[in-house]
Every structure is written in structure tokens, then in C-alpha cells.
Design a protein around this ligand. Sequence first.
Ligand code: GLC
Ligand code: MG
Length: 423
Amino acid sequence: MERLTSPPRLMIVSDLDETMVDHHNDPENLSLLRFNSLWEDAYRHDSLLVFSTGRAPTMYKKLRKQRPLLTPDVIITSVGTEIAYGNSMVRDDEWIEILNNKWDRGIVEEETSKFPELTLQSETEQRPHKLSFHIDKSKVQAVTKELSQRLEKRGLDIKIIFSGGNAFVVLPQGGGKGQALAYLLKKLKTEGKLPINTLACGDSGNDTELFTIPNVYGVMVSNAQEELLEWYAENAKDNSNIIHASERCAGGIIEAIGHFKLGPNLSPRDVSDFLECKVDNVNPGHEVVKLFLFYERWRRGEVENCETYTASLKASCHPAGVFVHPSGAERSLRDTIDELGKYYGDKKGKKFRVWTDQVLATDTMPGTWIVKLDKWEQTGDERKCCTTTVKFTSKEGEGFVWEHVQQIWSEETEIKDDSNWII
Ligand code: GLC
Ligand code: MG
């Protein structure tokens, strides 16, 4: 969050399973990829992305390996009981202090073990401030009542959340996704970085709290679970700051950005001809997002107007510009584009996708920008990532000129095989 010097334009706080990630209807992650390019294109540089998931950190990391998730600025895991920041996921210890209030894990363990209706979830989902069970829906009310009373008698102040039609979690009263969001907003406010707009996105019972935080817009994706929709019907149906989207998962998030007029909502993935796309002269990150989308389409054999596009791309490269391939090989930028020509459609039918993450531009000198990003490429189940650095120049009133591109294998890439890696 340090990179922001002023209040973020938009903070998105989104659940992952069945909200960002569609586990049922979108095997190619198309709506997530649409969201990703919108975020990197229009929001990354001045906004904050927060994921808030019921998963514990290990299971979150597993999901990141399976799906094209962006790197969030803040990651809230284990139903709002763990908060971490940045790429390296630096833990918020102050939050842990707050959660320790009237909490004793041992006592919760002891009392819950007396309920045969509760079966423990996997070991990975048991956390210092979260005990996770499965339960039959019909038993929820009775168990909640009885267990709350017993724990109260033992001096604890806890919260029980039912979610996903069968999950039952016990947390400290101060925990949960809503409290974690309120804490984050308070922290940002003290730093003078309270977001101009905040949008909470969810699909299930443990997301309910997100929709109760003041001054936060909310979207329940179209595929929201019954328990969340019931809560909404009973408690929030007159609140025009919360909508039930008509689109599933990440598509519903994009829909809400448009509905609440929070900023641009046209994903570059929804633009079929980039030549018609107006050049945004303020943000050179846009050029990079566009290039790698074009690259995906090129290798999938989906580009119309091929020659015109490559010609315009070539014209925007400095004649002496160099591309440094992750193998270390160097070639002129213009030759690289010619080389790309040979690969048109070579990934047709191969589940080939390309996406960019953490696209950030800095203007080093007047008229010169350095854009850094992670470029991901996936064919079938195999994915690779290169940290990419691009130098651009721009003269007043003219478009951006590509001066230099350098790629190195990212640590996240396990097999550093550079054959078949073009740009
Ligand atoms: C996630 C967690 C699980 C929890 C559920 C509901 O699915 O993995 O432990 O019970 O969210 O909050
Ligand atoms: Mg969910």
C-alpha cells in the first residue's frame, strides 16, 4: 500500500471461491481474465485490490496456482482472521492482538467436541482464530444457540458463521470478513488513504458482514448462495448501495463497477479491434496490457486485421529498440515483431492464455516511463511467468514509443523453459 501517495480511487474487496473464481461454469476462467485486464489496465496504478477468503493461507496459495488470480495488495484469509500485505504477504500482528480478546482456542475445541453434529474440516482449515466444521443445514440453529451459550458461560466472546450450505466456523467476536474490512478502512484512514470508493463482492454466508460496513458498495454475484440472498431479503433489500448482479462471479463485479459508476468498466478483453481503441496518454501500462492481449490472440489465431496491427506496432517501436528474451538472447524490437509473425495461430485449440499482473508505471524523467509487470503465459495446465520491464518515451501529444523490453524468469515459474517463449 506504500506505493500509493494519495487515497485510492477504488478499493475492491472480493471473496474468491464462486466470486472471483467460477468453479462451475467457466473452465477457461474467461470472466476472471476479463476482470484481470480491466484491473491492470485501468485501476492497478491508483487503486487497491483486496481478496477476502474463507480459505486458510495454504489453500489460498493452492488456488493461486490453479487459477489466473492477480496479486492482491491485501490478502485477508481464514474468514477475516488473518490479514497480510503485499507480494510477500507480511502478516498484520496488530490484528492478531485484537482477535485475542476473550478468545481461548482450547476452550472452543473442548466445547465443540461435545457436539456430534459438528465434524471437523481438514487440518489445513484449522487456524489459531478459526475452528472449522461441517454441519447438516437442519442442525445449524440449535447448535449455534447451544454452543454460543456454553462459550459465553466460559467467558468467551465468539462469533459463529454458517456458509456455503454446510460450513460452520467459530471465530473471535472481533473477527470475520466485515470486521477485518472495517479494521482495514480505519487503518487506511489514519494513513490519509481512505479509498474514495469501496466495493465489496461476495456470494455466500461468510460474505454477509462485508455488506454491513458503512459507506461500502456491495455486489452479490448472480450465483450467490441462498443464505446470503435470504439475509439480503430480510435486512438490506432497500439499500440501493447493494445489488444482486445478473452476471456470474467476476462478470458480476465488472457489472457492479458500471452500475455504481465507480470508474471504467470496459475490459480490454471486450475490445475486439485495438486499433480503434483510443490511446490513453496518461497511462503507458495500457500499452503493455494491450500488447500481451494481442499476443494471446495472435497465437490463438484470432486477430483480424493482422498486417495493419503489426505495422502499427512496429511503427511504435524505436528503430534501435532492443528486446531481451528470458534466455538472455537479444534482438531488435522490430525483428521481434517480424519473428512473432511466424507464430500466428500456433496455439489454436491449445487452451492458450496470457495475462499481466502488477502492471506499474513510474515516470523516471519527463517523457520517460518504466513499466514493470509480471507476464503470465499458460498452455493447458502448464504456466510460466516472466518479470518484464519496458521503457517507453513519449513526446507531447504523440503516442508512446517502445524503447526497450527485458524479461527474466520469475521465481514463481518452476520450469524455466524458454523454447516457444516469443515475447
Ligand atoms: C472456506 C474455508 C472453510 C470455511 C468456509 C466458510 O471454504 O475453506 O474452512 O468453513 O470458507 O466460511
Ligand atoms: Mg465464496
